[in-house]
Design a protein. Structure first.
Length: 230
């Protein structure tokens, strides 16, 4: 594991360590490669749920968010257009903790694979591990960003709902979530995934990225409620 796992991606490297071509992965600009894929995220059910579509606007997943239902995951990922589609992932917020548990598969299946989404102390960085198609187990870190966008679209300088995902060991920028802001009440934002590590990895990106977005939404709602009570 890197001795600096939470260091932001740098624009330069140690002398002689990387070629100029290799250094492109360290720039705070999502690379456009043959593996890069775009996904659109829309609000559903009065902005409480999410629907994910491919770049061609083909329905990919429906993510149900549950706040007050006891025993139900906070996010449930359905691999289809509606919540009637099969469940292929869940995210549970741990009570009185900033950490989460992510299940890849249906939680009713005893063979579901559980992973930890952990917040690094004193930061807003969230880390998870996952086994790639190659069998190698790798760690990735979500970080808030006010500089990394998608294409020519840039995030708000004061927003808190934009995230970038980096390989913990190399700092490679593997995914980005760009919030749509106030452009449309129907659309939440978009993901760009820059690597092809398999369907399970893509699902992990979506469920953890939207999990962080849901956490931010609840935090903002809680603050609004507290301000309204003053």
């Amino acid at each position: 594991m890197s001795s600096e796992p939470y260091l932001d991606a740098a624009n330069t490297a140690r002398p002689g360590s990387k070629s100029s071509a290799e250094l492109s992965i360290y720039n705070d600009v999502p690379p456009i490669t043959p593996s890069s894929r775009l996904f659109h995220v829309y609000h559903r059910r009065r902005k409480l749920d999410f629907a994910i579509f491919t770049a061609e606007k083909v329905p990919l997943a429906y993510v149900r968010c549950s706040t007050f239902t006891v025993g139900k995951p906070d996010l449930t990922y359905h691999a289809g257009e509606t919540e009637d589609a099969p469940i292929t992932a869940v995210c549970k917020f741990i009570n009185f903790s900033r950490h989460c548990k992510v299940g890849l598969g249906n939680p009713n299946d005893p063979n579901v694979a559980w992973e930890d989404l952990t917040r690094h102390k004193l930061t807003t960085h969230y880390r998870f591990e996952i086994a790639l198609n190659s069998g190698e187990r790798r760690a990735f870190v979500w970080k808030r960003t006010n500089s990394v966008g998608i294409g020519e679209e840039k995030p708000s300088k004061i927003g808190s709902k934009n995230f970038k995902l980096q390989d913990e060991r190399t700092a490679e920028l593997v995914a980005v979530y760009l919030n749509n802001g106030t452009k449309s009440w129907k659309k939440s934002g978009k993901f760009q995934i820059n690597v092809d590590y398999g369907a399970a990895f893509d699902t992990m990106v979506f469920i953890t990225g939207l999990g962080l977005l849901e956490k931010e939404r609840r935090r903002a709602r809680s603050q609004e409620g507290a301000a309204g009570g003053d």
